[in-house]
Design a protein around this ligand. Structure first.
Ligand code: FAD
Length: 486
């Protein structure tokens, strides 16, 4: 039975976690049975039961097609994942926030009865910089005057340049060759003089991309910011991309889509091979073979590149998948009996110049209990921390929380950790980023179908790329492509 105030029923919790098959989704063969079975036949196979794949499948089923969604994991939702806190409360260890303009994910959620609530923002933010912790309000932390002016000038340049990049074909921007021939770091260093401006800008880059300024093509950064309605929108909480959260957790959207698709969603079926001929496609998984007219591959490009294709993909598409790394992020959530920082007039948001936790949020459930402090470890910090043992990781992260929120932060009753780079069927988050030159030489291969193979996934979106909204839009676009095809 569902608990309306918390939004998620026991059966939905099962679909979202291991044990989903018990809750009604299909497996290709009964548990334990591995004997060969005749191939399955559907109109369209969808690879991946994340938001993109589930959206595409939903739209195709509505249009009267028979569909199979083949999912590698034993759960749906991909980069969205609820973590139970007990007592019916959940927090997300993957994607979670939505905001204005993210109309497609919000519309799907609304249609599925998944409600939103506002991210907690009341009170001051904290800025730990050069050994002292300062309280502030607003978006930009208090830097020394010269550094603040330097940062504002850099921000203004980024905002202006962002407007020059078209999100459908970034490589056609007026100065594309030059923008794609440099990293965001090169640009930052050439356009700032102060350490403070560089620190705050790099922190914002880690927050938005889960990567370092040196990793990203400037053109890619501008494309991504434009797709997300600008750097201010993407770094803002109230009124911005972190404005709201889903009651019952963001994974609930995928769980409810999968419930409606029922037996069409096949779990524990990693796709290993896609063959295509004039007649159709043959999709081979660990749990059987599917024949279809067309296939939508709704996974990140680097994962799509790990599938074998017959015939081999065109060189541009194959090389694109060799050049689209995923970002690096570990989410830590410290759980306390109450959000004790609220009583001190603090919002729970903080920026930190000493890693590993670079920025924090109050991630308590809508009821306000228990208290949850969310700490992001992103970019190089995630790469370094991920190599340490469990004890060292926990000590470092709790050390960050204590340095920001004081001694009480040192005694969480639970510390949840999720490292997306270590996930076989994700290999890094929040999304892919493009290093210099990739948009220029391979951009055309990102969405272009290859025969009967269509590409979806948030990385292929033109609006809110990298976000849940982009994933939904990409699924809608790929389903429309298939419907238009013969
Ligand atoms: P995925 O969710 O990756 O789905 C792909 C699916 O395909 C997965 O289920 C995977 O298991 C499966 N798969 C992979 N390979 C195979 C294979 N060979 N065969 C079969 N199945 C396969 N977005 C926001 O909007 N707001 C946020 O606040 C936000 N924060 C984030 C924080 C973190 C820590 C992370 C990890 C992500 C965040 N995101 C956020 C990004 C958001 O979660 C993603 O953009 C979105 O969920 C991607 O959906 P997708 O369907 O494109 O891909």
């Amino acid at each position: 039975m569902s608990t309306p105030e918390r939004g998620i029923s026991r059966r939905e919790a099962l679909i979202g976690a291991a044990g989903a098959t018990a809750a009604g989704l299909a497996t290709a063969t009964p548990a334990g049975a591995r004997s060969p079975r005749p191939p399955h036949r559907v109109d369209v196979v969808v690879v991946g039961a994340g938001l993109a794949g589930l959206t595409a499948a939903t739209d195709l089923v509505r249009a009267g097609h028979s569909v199979a969604v083949l999912e590698a994991r034993d759960r749906v939702g991909g980069r969205t994942l609820n973590h139970s806190l007990g007592g019916g409360h959940v927090v997300e260890v993957g994607g979670q926030w939505v905001g204005p303009g993210q109309t497609r994910i919000l519309a799907r959620a609304r249609a599925l009865g998944v409600r939103t609530f506002k991210t907690y923002v009341d009170g001051d933010l904290l800025f730990r910089y050069r050994g002292s912790v300062t309280r502030f309000t607003g978006l930009i932390p208090p830097l020394p005057a010269a550094d603040g002016a330097d940062f504002n000038a850099l921000l203004a340049k980024v905002v202006t340049l962002t407007q020059t990049v078209p999100t459908d074909r970034p490589w056609t921007a007026p100065d594309a060759a030059s923008l794609d021939g440099q990293t965001l770091e090169t640009f930052m260093l050439a356009n700032t003089r102060t350490d403070g401006a560089r620190f705050v800008f790099a922190l914002a880059v880690r927050a938005v991309f889960a990567a370092e300024p040196r990793d990203l093509s400037l053109l890619h950064a501008l494309f991504y910011l434009r797709a997300g309605q600008g750097i201010i929108n993407l770094t803002s909480t109230a009124g911005g991309a972190q404005d709201s959260r889903f009651v019952g957790g963001s994974q609930l959207v995928s769980i409810r889509m999968a419930q409606r698709l029922g037996h069409r969603v096949v779990l524990e079926a990693p796709v290993r091979r896609i063959g295509q001929s004039h007649g159709g496609v043959t999709v081979t998984t660990d749990r059987g073979v599917w024949h279809a007219r067309r296939v939508i591959v709704a996974i990140a490009p680097t994962l799509a590149g790990r599938i074998d294709y017959s015939p081999i993909l065109p060189a541009a598409r194959d090389q694109l998948t060799q050049r689209t790394p995923q970002g690096s992020v570990i989410k830590f959530e410290a759980v306390y009996p109450t959000p004790f920082w609220r009583a001190q007039g603090l919002s729970g948001s903080a920026y930190n110049d000493v890693g590993p936790v670079g920025f924090t949020f109050d991630n308590s459930p809508p009821e306000g209990r228990p208290g949850v402090l969310l700490g992001f470890v992103a970019g190089s910090d995630a790469r370094r921390l991920g190599q340490l043992g469990l004890g060292a990781r926990r000590a470092a992260v709790i050390g960050s929380f204590v340095s920001l929120f004081g001694r009480r932060a040192g005694f969480p009753r639970q510390l949840i950790e999720h490292n997306w780079s270590a996930e076989e069927y994700t290999r890094g988050c929040y999304a892919a980023y493009l290093p210099p030159g990739v948009w220029s030489d391979y951009g055309g291969a990102l969405r272009a179908p290859v025969g009967r193979i269509h590409w979806a996934g948030t990385e292929t979106a033109e609006v809110f790329t990298g976000y849940m909204d982009g994933a939904v839009r990409s699924g809608e676009r790929a389903a429309a492509e298939v419907r238009r095809s013969r």
